[in-house]
Write a protein that binds this ligand. Structure first.
Ligand code: FES
Length: 273
């Protein structure tokens, strides 16, 4: 069993942080890799990218938005409770190359996934400029941590309640127009990653995105996590989760993510477990 040793609520309780005792995973995990978690025997397998790992304490941290039946079940677990299964580290770690001028763009809970990557790039000697955004001030997470992980941080909210009013893509366009950017990393809602990738394509700047397709086994066996990248079928779990944003078919990914919306609604209606 994988005991929760720390639990925090963010964004008015809609986003939960769980630090979990998992020493063998913590010893091997690297930025960009993910876990598959299951709350109990009947629970659904949910993939979450790690926000933090501490090999000394032997813990891994995940941060997730409470959006469906399974994340609701996760959110009810308190310190001292355990996940029945935590599998990982899964997927390919982020390829970090020092000396680059990088812009890291994060939206929503994607900021939690972006943070260790931005920090890893800064530690490797990259110049890291970050842009983080959310719908409003209450939904913005990890601003202080992203400030520490970056040389320069821009904050945006859709309603202007904190930082600049507008979308992350508006700040990104201004930075791209100034030139000199070697790479962009974008992690957040699929539409955000799509529009960041369309924008960086205009400027010819390589762009990495971290995808969140539906996953079941997480080991390349079921094909549930299929994504089209450059006209080829890739598996998010073993080939990703990070891909070249200029080659991803985001519209297909959006459709595939909606495939079980009706079943999700029915499941929540039929069973309150
Ligand atoms: Fe089954 Fe990727 S989750 S192949």
């Amino acid at each position: 069993m994988f005991k929760i040793v720390k639990r925090e609520e963010m964004a008015g309780g809609t986003v939960i942080l769980n630090e979990i005792d998992a020493p063998r995973i913590a010893a091997k995990a690297r930025p960009g890799q993910f876990l598959i978690l299951k709350a109990n025997e009947d629970g659904e397998r949910i993939p979450l990218t790690m926000a933090e790992t501490d090999p000394v304490k032997g813990t891994v941290t995940v941060i997730y938005m409470v959006v469906g039946k399974s994340t609701e079940l996760f959110s009810r677990l308190q310190v001292g409770d355990s996940f029945q299964n935590v599998i990982g580290p899964l997927g390919q770690p982020t390829h970090i190359e020092g000396g680059k001028n990088v812009v890291c763009v994060g939206g929503g809970t994607g900021v939690a996934v972006l943070h260790p990557i931005a920090r890893g790039m800064k530690d490797a000697g990259c110049k890291v400029t970050s842009i983080i955004g959310a719908r409003n001030k209450d939904l913005l997470i990890l601003e202080d941590k992203m400030r520490q992980a970056s040389h320069d941080l821009h904050v945006c909210t859709d309603d202007g309640s904190h930082g600049r009013k507008g979308f992350v893509t508006e700040v990104l366009r201004e930075l791209l127009e100034q030139g000199g950017i070697d790479q962009v990393v974008a992690i957040g809602p699929v539409p955000m990653m799509k529009f960041v990738s369309l924008l960086t394509k205009e400027f010819g700047v390589p762009t990495l995105v971290s995808l969140n397709p539906i996953m079941i086994d997480g080991t390349g066996m079921c094909g549930g996590c299929r994504v089209s990248v450059g006209g080829e079928t890739k598996f998010g779990c073993v080939d990703g989760p990070e891909f070249d944003g200029h080659k991803v078919d985001f519209d297909e990914l959006i459709l595939r993510l909606q495939a079980y919306t009706e079943q999700e609604k029915l499941s929540r209606h039929l069973c309150k477990c």
